[in-house]
Design a protein around this ligand. Structure first.
Ligand code: HPA
Length: 295
């Protein structure tokens, strides 16, 4: 089989397994749900009861998080009585990580028995109806780097995780989306809950005005720099996925605007509105039906 230079540096199945086994040997928690906390949303992890936390730097093979607002801890614990594992801080390709490294934890989650992945992120609102603080339940995504050949599944396929050509038309679980919308209503903030299309870009710069207009014309409702690689790898290995974007800023679409996006604004909006997302996720976890089919 032909080899490219990068192949030799990819994780082997045994390395995913080694990390999974290490975690299983260090904790008695057996989570069925994994939560990835986006920028400024790490407080979700603090809600877990009976916590056991690991710094990424202490976990074999784990990459390290380098972004302010991303703590870099993997927290096991119970949320509303359900065993969960929470990534407080994720990895992004703009940090210099190849996508197979960005998505490493997802396959580890699969190997420790996780069935459902809840991914959250901070995103810029392109849909003109969206307000800062809204929560967008992701119904679909556009993998913009994928158009240019950037995909976490590139390279030899590992059949033990999933098929060579996985579908993505059903990436975001319909029942979980419905549940999230219903819970938003039940909690009395349905006016904050949207459903829309998320587009990921490589970052780290925020978008130009022309790029925002372009993305909007494609049907994008919110734009960010994460999530899609994790979702692709999660779907490849059969996890159920729910994605939610906290709209932390309105994307600049107008040449007369003086506004510019910045990371501090993103973190502040996260602080101001994270409580809604936290309430939503907490109740959702309680209601999720689990099969407990350990991989
Ligand atoms: N663009 C890209 N990523 C983001 C944004 C944005 O406007 N806001 C938060 N993350």
């Amino acid at each position: 089989m032909a080899h490219c230079v990068e192949d030799s540096s990819r994780y082997t199945y045994e390395e995913y397994k080694q990390t999974a086994d290490w975690l299983l040997s260090k904790t008695e928690h057996r989570p069925a749900v994994a939560i990835v906390c986006g920028s400024g949303l790490g407080a979700l992890g603090e809600l877990l009861k009976d916590q056991m936390a690991f710094n990424y730097s202490d976990i074999p093979n784990f990459p390290h998080s380098t972004v302010p607002g991303h703590a870099g801890r993997l927290i096991f614990g119970n949320l509303n009585g359900k065993p969960c594992v929470c990534m407080q801080g994720r990895f992004h390709s703009y940090e210099g990580y190849p996508l197979w490294k960005v998505t490493f934890p997802i396959r580890v989650f699969r190997l420790i028995g996780v069935e459902t992945l809840i991914v959250t992120n901070a995103a810029g609102g392109l849909n003109q109806d969206y307000k800062v603080g809204d929560i967008m339940v992701i119904m679909d995504h556009i993998n913009m780097p994928g158009f240019a050949g950037q995909n976490p599944l590139i390279g030899p396929n590992e059949e033990r995780f999933g098929p060579r050509f996985p579908p993505m038309s059903d990436a975001y679980d319909k029942d979980l989306r419905k549940l999230a919308l219903a819970i938003g209503q039940e909690l009395g903030f349905s006016e904050k809950i949207r459903e829309g299309v998320y587009c990921s870009l490589g970052g780290p710069n925020f978008e130009t005005i022309a790029e925002c207009r372009f993305l909007s014309s494609l049907g994008t409702d919110a734009v960010g720099m994460s999530t899609v690689p994790e979702v692709i790898v999660a779907r490849h290995c059969g996890l159920r996925v729910l994605g939610m974007s906290l709209i932390t800023n309105k994307a600049v679409m107008d040449y007369n605007s003086e506004a510019t996006a910045n990371h501090e604004e993103v973190l502040q909006a996260g602080k101001d509105s994270a409580k809604y997302l936290e309430k939503l996720v907490t109740l959702l976890i309680q209601r999720i039906e689990l099969n407990n089919n350990v991989f």
